[in-house]
Design a binder for this molecule. Structure first.
Ligand SMILES: [Zn+2]
Ligand SMILES: [Zn+2]
Length: 411
């Protein structure tokens, strides 16, 4: 059965319609006063039926509508503007919004009261929906709130369409094999990135970073205008990141291309980062993954080489005392300039000696998230209590430190 036949205006609706006849509305705005009545009808069709039922001729469509100012008549222009605004970007999914003169929207609500209709739909919602439908037909892209590539905002007051290009997200795990590489781009302290004599004009303290090595090929492939690197924590510059690697999310800002040959891009990444960074499990993800990665507080396993006037037996004895016991760590001196000074309680979950050669003892340590391992070994001038140095009874020095595993998921 044709649903259209269900639109049979009641006497109340007809008297509301009669009151609206001389308000100077276009068929779209007239029909929309009763927009939530009946199914499967466009608003102009609703208008037509109401006029017919009232035995009045539809007004000619030359005058500017008192409500929408002709916005609905100009929809083809808005489609063109939207398409032009998105030129140079690849997009498959989109959402539409519009900015209206608030007085116009208030006038519309006043009109609902004036003619006595409870069935009106807002011009903005109808315009957004109609623009979306037309864009779908015109471009083959699909509209809706679900993970858009682009958001269009039609500004009816200035006659322009603004676009927001949503970022692309990838996740993966990285291994860092180089002890001179920071995780993220490190702007020169003296010039703050502008370039000076101290940094040789590069604006950077370190020539490159995990972030730059990973993002480089992806920035080129997508034509993105920038990137953000979200790591699940970070290791010291002189620490390697081994094992399964550290989870991260790479966010590519304002990408021009979204369909990329990921295999080829990853091959390029591997070539450019050889002996420095290796990436695994690299795949597309979405924005909530950034929060997951940033909020995770996994245990970690470290391999740490220590030196000092001690023996394996003494270290083993100290480890027995240390494991499972609370350690009070005041913010280390080396990070005190960027973190608030407070005392954190952490635990060494497990520890064992794995090697002892040439005066160096090597330990594997599993710790709670946020444990400062170097400070736990050396004591940081008494700021970590008790430290391994204190337990052994002589000063110890960290010779090297590597992260062997991030236990966000078990291997
Ligand atoms: Zn109108
Ligand atoms: Zn500089």
């Amino acid at each position: 059965m044709d649903e259209r036949s269900t639109f049979e205006p009641s006497d109340t609706t007809l008297s509301s319609a009669r009151r609206a006849v001389d308000k100077g509305l276009c068929p779209e705005c007239f029909g929309r006063l009763f927009g939530r009545l009946g199914h499967g009808l466009s608003n102009p069709e609703r208008a037509e039926r109401l006029y017919r039922a009232l035995s009045i001729e539809l007004p000619p469509r030359t005058e500017t509508c008192a409500l929408c100012g002709g916005a609905f008549d100009r929809l083809p222009t808005w489609v063109e503007r939207a398409v032009r605004a998105a030129e140079g970007f690849e997009w498959h999914r989109f959402t539409c919004g519009s900015r209206w003169d608030p007085e116009r929207l208030a006038r519309e609500e006043a009109l609902w009261t004036e003619v006595g209709s409870e069935w009106g739909e807002s011009a903005r919602a109808a315009f957004n929906r109609e623009l979306g439908k037309r864009l779908e037909r015109h471009t083959g892209a699909s509209g809706g709130p679900d993970r858009p590539d682009l958001v269009f905002l039609a500004d009816l007051m200035v006659g322009r369409v603004e676009i927001t290009v949503l970022p692309l997200f990838f996740r993966g795990r990285y291994r860092k094999l180089d002890r001179t590489l920071p995780q993220t781009r490190w702007p020169c302290r003296r010039c703050r990135g502008r370039g000076c004599d101290a940094c040789g004009g590069s604006g950077k303290t370190y020539p490159t970073s995990v972030e730059e090595l990973v993002a480089g090929p992806l920035l080129r492939a997508t034509g993105a205008e920038g990137s953000r690197f979200h790591g699940m924590g970070r290791e010291d510059i002189d620490a390697r990141m081994l094992g399964r690697g550290r989870p991260f999310v790479l966010e590519l800002l304002r990408p021009h291309l979204r369909s990329i040959a990921l295999g080829a891009v990853l091959a390029e990444l591997a070539r450019e980062a050889v002996d420095r960074v290796e990436v695994e499990g690299f795949e597309p993800t979405d924005a909530p993954e950034v929060v997951r990665v940033k909020e995770a507080a996994p245990e970690k396993t470290y391999r740490v080489g220590i030196r000092g006037e001690t023996s394996v037996a003494k270290v083993n004895e100290a480890l027995t005392l240390a494991v499972g016991r609370a350690i009070a760590q005041r913010t280390p001196t080396r990070v005190a300039h960027r973190r608030s000074d407070r005392v954190r309680t952490r635990r060494i979950v497990a520890a064992r000696v794995v090697d002892a050669t040439e005066g160096r003892i090597t330990l594997d340590l599993r710790t709670e998230a946020g444990t400062y391992v170097k400070e736990w070994v050396e004591g940081d001038g008494g700021r970590t209590e008790p430290s391994l140095s204190a337990l052994v009874g002589v000063p110890l020095k960290v010779d090297f430190l590597d992260v062997l595993e991030i236990h966000d998921t078990e291997a």
